[in-house]
Design a protein around this ligand. Structure first.
Ligand code: C5P
Length: 243
């Protein structure tokens, strides 16, 4: 199985489109200024809880109108009817990626509601902040590796489009699920940059070689003195690792 991917619907992705910048900022004004500073060095942005609950859902629309792609990281999990209605609403916004937790009932409801819309659903198998002890405390008998593998297979069988995983998990998952699922990896740090609170990090090149299709990078870009130059450097690294 090829280690390198970066295909979507069988088409090779432009290296620039494989970088997703996490806009973990506290206001739309800051996010807007950051997107402006990054300019055409990135085309894909992730909006999570912090910005979404600070007016970021309306910012989705302006990003899309500006020709950017949006990853809405809402990690949905609720009764099937509520998940379905939520996904139907997101599918109408033009968002490209939406996350759900990898519980079979939640994943089925999301796939059903997405229907023929262009929205791609990503499942979070086990949060990377969980270790075996955290799972036991939450009442699970399985360890992290077993639960990640089980949920990845369930995601594939249900028709989920991709998984969010650490770069460390990427190569095992790529072997486990083949090329059926997109792999999207946070925890990416260019060589020499501050890992922050990320415990298991990989460089952009390592993540690409492990089989990641898309890399999510936040603080190394948004906290850089020159976010545009940092994004461009990461894209160059993606490009040479993918050659
Ligand atoms: O700033 P940094 O590059 O660490 O940002 C990584 C982004 O990816 C954050 O928005 C974080 O919430 C998200 N994420 C993560 N680990 C996961 C899932 C999502 O770091 N397992």
């Amino acid at each position: 199985m090829p280690a390198l991917r970066g295909l979507e619907n069988g088409l090779a992705l432009d290296p620039k489109d494989r970088l997703i910048v996490a806009l973990d900022l506290s206001s739309v004004q800051e996010a807007d200024a950051m997107v402006e500073r990054i300019g055409d060095a990135a085309s894909f942005y992730k909006i999570g809880y912090q910005l979404a609950f600070a007016g970021g859902l309306s910012f989705v629309d302006s990003l899309i109108r500006a020709g950017k792609r949006v990853f809405l990281d809402m990690k949905l999990h609720d009764i099937a009817n509520t998940v379905e209605k939520g996904v139907e609403s997101v599918a109408r916004t033009g968002v490209t990626f939406l996350t759900v937790h990898a519980y079979p009932q939640t994943m089925r409801a999301a796939v059903e509601a997405r229907g023929g819309a262009g929205l791609k659903l990503l499942a979070v198998t086990v949060l990377t902040s969980y270790d075996d002890r955290d799972l036991a405390e939450a009442g699970y008998a399985a360890d992290v590796a077993a639960l990640v593998a089980r949920r990845a297979q369930q995601a594939r069988a249900i028709g989920i489009d991709g998984l969010v995983c650490s770069p460390e998990e990427a190569s095992a998952l790529r072997h486990g699920v083949g090329n059926d699922l997109l792999l999207v990896t946070p925890g990416v740090r260019p060589a020499g940059s501050d890992p922050g609170d990320q415990k298991r990090v990989a460089t952009p090149a390592q993540a690409i070689r492990a089989g990641a299709d898309y890399l999510v990078v936040g603080r190394p870009i948004t906290a850089a003195r020159d976010p545009r130059a940092e994004a461009a450097a990461i894209v160059r690294e993606i490009s040479s690792a993918a050659d």
